[in-house]
Design a protein around this ligand. Structure first.
Ligand SMILES: Cc1cc2nc3c(=O)[nH]c(=O)nc-3n(C[C@H](O)[C@H](O)[C@H](O)COP(=O)(O)OP(=O)(O)OC[C@H]3O[C@@H](n4cnc5c(N)ncnc54)[C@H](O)[C@@H]3O)c2cc1C
Length: 390
């Protein structure tokens, strides 16, 4: 069975890996000219960690990862006002927790494909025609081709979803926040293995010192308007407008932003759909059920979903209807719970008032106490899902 996968992020290559493992013939089409580099740091644990282990990826993921020691909240003058030791998460997850650039995780998964999977870079699907027993796909650049199945693993703004299921606004739930990230070399000061954040009403900025003298910055801010600037200059202007009056190192960080050659900026949104499949087309990862950065687990769940979708196709001997139905059945409630939990974290990133900041700082202090951390976030960290052996 030939399966076309749109997107070489986290879910796409992971799905391709397991399809190949089960004897299917995947092809990946990726809009970018090459694998993306840079971007933001993600926390990685749970079901996705288990899938990575089954792929033999843990040694390289842990090597690329950072064992962050502390989450530190500072005030306008840079003084520590709250925080906690991250090793509490390591303890709760039995050491199965790391933080690494999203692009490094994506690259590790992609490398696991070796040269066994055809990847078409710098192209995108323009049209999908389900002909009942096959699917005819027209590309933006390359010639049309026929496949047995098409799977959209093309992220929050999925093109496959748009073409087959309908317009993005029908499924996107904008959470009223925007997020931006960039990295530069040579920034000072550095705090090794400390994730430093400065929070003001409605916004937060974070800094993390990485290897090779690079520093990553993450901005999260409230914005009732969901429109996004069309180019990098507009994105930088929006960040300057929102953060120029902020304290701590913000003026310096905004100066560093001017030299950043790539910048990520997007809405913080979730995707809610009744069905992740239609005919011979299915969605996986953010394309199907984006939970947003607030959940802190989108990559891991994208991997778990990719693993289950491929496994169900094997289990059903390629009967896509049965496999797609089983895939959604296994994940639906679990994902819905994660999406709900994610929304509750919004005040952590963008508290509504000074009082909100005060309370959040107290909660962060309590997180340093293992018993309380386990009681309050232990169930969020544990994934109540079985990963079947296929
Ligand atoms: C700031 C931030 C912090 C986050 N923190 C965490 C965290 O701590 N832990 C965690 O697990 N998750 C985190 N996430 C979420 C995580 O990054 C996503 O859930 C994850 O990347 C989803 O993987 P995906 O493969 O579904 O989509 P993506 O990783 O978005 O990959 C989609 C791929 O499809 C490609 N594509 C897009 N359009 C097309 C097209 N038309 N044709 C072909 N290809 C296309 C893209 O170029 C990309 O390569 C965070 C997200 C953000 C924004």
């Amino acid at each position: 069975m030939n399966v076309l996968i749109s997107g070489a992020g986290i879910a796409g290559p992971c799905f391709a890996y397991w399809l190949k493992h089960h004897g299917f013939e995947p092809t990946i089409v990726e809009r970018a000219p090459r694998l993306r580099t840079g971007g933001y740091i993600i926390d990685f644990w749970g079901a996705g960690f288990d899938v990575a282990e089954r792929m033999g990826l843990l040694p390289q993921i842990l090597e690329k990862g950072y064992q962050i020691k502390e989450l530190r909240q500072v005030d306008r003058s840079g003084k520590r006002v709250s925080g906690f030791a991250i090793n509490v998460f390591h303890r709760i997850t039995g050491g199965r927790f790391t933080s690494l650039p999203r692009s490094e995780l994506a690259a590790s998964i992609y490398r696991a494909l070796g040269d066994r999977v055809e990847t078409i870079f710098d192209d995108s699907i323009r049209k999908i025609e389900d002909r009942g027993s096959t699917i005819q796909v027209r590309f933006e650049r390359g010639p049309s081709r026929t496949f047995d199945l098409v799977v959209g693993a093309d992220g929050l703004h999925s093109q496959v979803r748009q073409l087959v299921f309908g317009e993005e606004r029908r499924f996107e739930r904008y959470l009223g926040l925007k997020v931006a990230a960039f990295a530069v070399a040579g920034y000072r000061p550095r705090d090794e293995l400390v994730y430093t954040i400065h929070t003001e009403v409605g916004q937060q900025i974070g800094r993390f010192s990485m290897r090779d003298d690079r520093t990553m910055f993450l901005f999260v801010f409230k914005d009732p308007c969901g429109d996004l600037p069309g180019d990098v200059a507009g994105q930088k202007a929006l960040l300057r407008e929102r953060f120029s009056g902020s304290g701590w190192e913000c003026p310096k960080i905004l100066e560093a932003l001017e030299d950043a050659d790539s910048l990520y900026l997007d809405r913080v949104s979730q995707i809610h759909m009744d069905r992740w499949m239609q005919g011979r087309v299915a969605l996986v990862g953010d394309a199907a059920f984006c939970m947003s950065l607030l959940g802190g687990q989108g990559s891991a769940l994208a991997m778990a979903a990719a693993y289950i979708l491929a496994g169900e196709l094997k289990q059903a001997n390629g009967n896509h209807e049965a496999a797609f139905a089983q895939y959604q059945e296994r994940l639906r409630r679990f994902i819905a719970g994660k999406q709900k939990a994610a929304v509750r974290f919004a005040p952590f990133f963008a508290p509504r008032s000074r009082l909100g900041i005060f309370f959040r700082n107290q909660v962060m202090k309590l997180m340093g106490i293992p018993f309380i951390a386990k009681r309050d976030v232990g169930h969020e960290l544990a994934d109540s899902i079985d990963l079947p052996e296929y």
